[in-house]
Design a binder for this molecule. Sequence first.
Ligand code: FDP
Length: 337
Amino acid sequence: MDQTESRRTRITTVIEHIMEQQRAHPTATGEFSVLLGGLTLATRMISASVRRAGISGVLGPTGEINVQGEVVQKLDELADQTIQRCLGCRGSIGILASEEVADPIGLKRKEGSGKYIVIYDPLDGSSNIDVNVSVGTIFSILQRTGVGNDPDSLTRDVLQPGTKQIAAGYVIYGSSTVLVYTAGAGVHLFTLDPLIGAYILSEENVRMPEAGKMYSTNEANLASYPEGIRKYLAWCKTPEAGPFTSRYIGSLVADFHRTLLKGGVFIYPATAKAPQGKLRLMYEANPMAFIAEQAGGMASDGKQRILEKEPEGLHQRTPLIIGSKQEVQRVCDMCSE
Ligand code: FDP
C-alpha cells in the first residue's frame, strides 16, 4: 500500500489525532489530550442520553429557571452533570465554567497542576429537544493566568478575550453525532461510530466556503434589527444579489454547522427583546468564532471582531454575525454605512 492510499484508508480516532497534533509541539505534556479525552467521553454519554431521551423520561423541563432566566430542560441538567463528572477529576483542569452555573467552579489541585479552564454550554439549543431537532455541546479552552481559588481570582482568570483560546469545539447531536474541533491548526471533523463508541476522523482541515448564498436569521425579529442588518437582508432578496436562500433552525450548533460546511451567513443581532444580542460571548460566540476563523471564515458583532472583545462577565451576551468571509464583510460594511 503506498502512502497516499494508506492515508485514505487509515482510520484515525480523535484522541490519536489530538496526540499527533501535540507531538508537533515540543513542550506538550500530554495533559491536553487527557482533557480532551474527558470531553469526548462526556459528549459520547450525552449523545447516548439524547438518542434515548423519549424512552428514558428525560424530555421536558425540570421546573427550574437558570442563571440566564431560561427554563432548564432535564437534558440540560443531565448534560451539565455529565461534563462535571467527566472533567472534574482531570488534574489538568483548574476551572470549569458552565452556562448552567452562575459562577466559575474552582477545582482544588496540587500546586503546578490545573492549568486549563473549560468554559462550556452543555446543551445548546435545548428549547428544540422536545421536537427532535439537533442540539449540541459547545466548549472553549483557555489557560489559567493566576492560581487563586477565591471567586474574584476565578472570574478574573475566566474573563479572557477569545484570541486567548487554545482550543474550541462543538458536538452536534444530529442525524449522526459529529465532533468539530480546532486547537489553532485547522478545523477537524469526526463522526461518532455508535457501535464502537469512538469518534473517527471524517474530514481534516475543513474550509468554510469564501462566499455562500444562504442567510440564517430569526426574521420574526426583523422590525427591531439594526438598520445595516435590515439593509443587508433586503439586498439578499434583490435580483442583483442573485438567488439567496434562507435557513434557520434556531439551534446555534446546527445553524453554525451548516454554515461551516455550505457557506453563507448566520446573523443574531441586537433586538428589542435582547438589546445586547441573545448569544453568549464566552461559550457560544467565542468558540464558534475561533472555528470559523480557523476554517477561513469570519465572525463579528457588526463593529468588532468577536475574538477581540474584552469580556466583562461569564454570561455576557453579544450580537453575532458569522460565516463566509465575503458575506460577513458585506454585512459589516452595511452596518458601518
Ligand atoms: P435555545 O434558546 O434553544 O437554547 O442561545 C440559545 C439558542 O437556543 C441558540 O442555540 C439559538 O441559535 C438561539 O438561542 C435561538 O434564539 P431564537 O429562538 O430567539 O431565534
